[in-house]
Design a protein around this ligand. Structure first.
Ligand code: HGY
Ligand code: MN
Ligand code: MN
Length: 413
């Protein structure tokens, strides 16, 4: 069977280096928070690269950034390919950037080969996939899928008090050359290349992951309120120590949830306490819970269990407790035809490929609710991600981008 045009691997690797320099950290990672000055720099670079090749630059009200490559019939719904440019504070060079820049490489390869597609192909760089600066994550794709902003989004502030609406407005303003794109809209298919962010492909010696779906994710915010008091004079019986209660809850969660179920994932990634003085009993502790499972019903059951565990521990420690959901993403299955195309393209190139589920959430999850979507994974060293040491071999980068290009052409017809 014939293969499509070869992508330009050198150009793609050079692009990844250029973007890795934006928000580069001393340990070799990137810190490019969504809607930050660094994010705006990366967006501007992407827009300039697109304009230089004659692609039209758009952004929608959520600052999702689009590069449109024209076709025979530009009124057809586009084929969307892309990922995100924002990163975790101690993020890697490939999470998001790989899929976004591979999508650019696909558009440029079509351009280099003078290939005209029936319908337009649009690169998309989603706003705030990570959710680490502002909750919820996958913000841009959620807004695209809903055609509207989530309730309460205007109240989101980051740890320095910067507001989401202000940062969004400043980011939109920073790209005046981008034309306005209405929110949402039909698309013929959505394809996203991403690193696996886990160890499976590497362990199985596979080069390509044909992703069948994504597990569910629920973020909870737990607030424990006790009483601020003197560390030296307050006997145990009189303490209402928010930290003691929080520690007991977290220890119980760690000891019960994941050990009981190999498919469950529970992470306490953020904890703040007040007043935070050495000799003062903490009056308030707020901590996050990132809960994941392939089964939505299991997530519901675990949330109920966690909520009652929290209130019992708070009560026995003389404290109040509040559990609030800050993100809730149901599991998603991808389009069987697209998954098959990814497998076929990998086979055509003799790239070892295996089907798998994604432990991480991705923007493709929301696109799968609207239309046919699928993902292509490549391995990352040791399965490490959300870590500055994140690494993908050049041949794996090129293989992933090549499969994205072949699958795009197969779908674009
Ligand atoms: O958290 C996630 O699953 C995604 O990688 N941001
Ligand atoms: Mn990502
Ligand atoms: Mn990530």
């Amino acid at each position: 069977m014939t293969c499509g045009p070869a992508i330009n691997g050198h150009r793609l690797l050079a692009r990844l280096d250029a973007f890795a320099a934006i928000g580069a950290t001393p340990a070799g990672g990137v810190n490019r928070p969504t809607l930050s000055v660094e994010d705006r720099k990366a967006r501007a670079l992407l827009a300039n690269l697109g304009t230089a090749r004659g692609f039209t630059v758009f952004q929608d009200a959520a600052a999702n950034l689009f590069l449109k490559r024209a076709s025979t019939d530009n009124d057809r719904p586009p084929l969307l390919i892309g990922s995100h440019l924002d990163s975790q504070p101690t993020g890697g060079r490939f999470d998001g950037a790989l899929g976004t820049l591979a999508a650019l490489e696909v558009l440029e390869t079509l351009e280099d080969n003078g290939i005209v597609t029936a319908g337009p192909i649009e690169l998309v760089a989603w706003t705030n996939e990570e959710g680490s600066r502002f909750s919820p994550g996958a913000f841009g794709s959620q807004v695209y899928a809903a055609g509207a902003f989530p309730a309460g989004w205007q109240d989101a502030v980051d740890s320095n008090g910067a507001s989401l609406p202000d940062e969004l407005a400043a980011t939109l303003k920073a790209l005046p050359e981008a034309a306005e794109r209405p929110l949402g809209g039909p698309f013929t298919a959505y394809l996203e290349l991403h690193i696996e962010q886990g160890p499976l492909l590497e362990r199985q010696g596979a080069l390509i992951g044909a992703v069948e779906g994504i597990q569910g994710t629920r973020w909870l915010e737990v607030t424990i309120t006790g009483q601020v008091a003197h560390a030296g004079t307050t006997p145990l019986v009189d303490r209402r120590d928010a930290m003691a209660v929080a520690v007991a809850i977290i220890a119980q969660l760690q000891a019960t949830v994941m050990p009981a179920d190999v498919n469950a994932r529970l992470t306490v990634g953020r904890l703040t306490l007040t007043p935070g003085a050495v000799n003062v009993i903490p009056g308030e502790v707020v901590f996050s819970i990132d809960l994941r499972h392939p089964s939505g019903a299991e997530i519901d059951r675990l949330e109920t269990e966690i909520t009652s565990m929290v209130s019992e521990a708070a009560e026995s420690g003389g404290c109040q407790a509040l559990v609030r959901r800050s993100m809730d993403v149901a599991p998603a299955r991808f389009d069987e035809r697209l998954i098959g195309i990814v497998e076929d393209m990998a086979k055509r190139r003799s790239f070892p490929c295996r089907r798998m589920f994604s432990g991480a959430f991705h923007d493709a999850l929301f696109m799968a609710r609207l239309g046919p979507a699928a993902m292509i994974f490549v391995p990352c060293r040791g399965g490490l991600s959300h870590n500055e040491a994140e690494y993908v071999e050049p041949h794996q980068i090129i293989a992933g981008a090549q499969v994205l290009c072949d699958a795009t052409l197969e779908v674009a017809g």
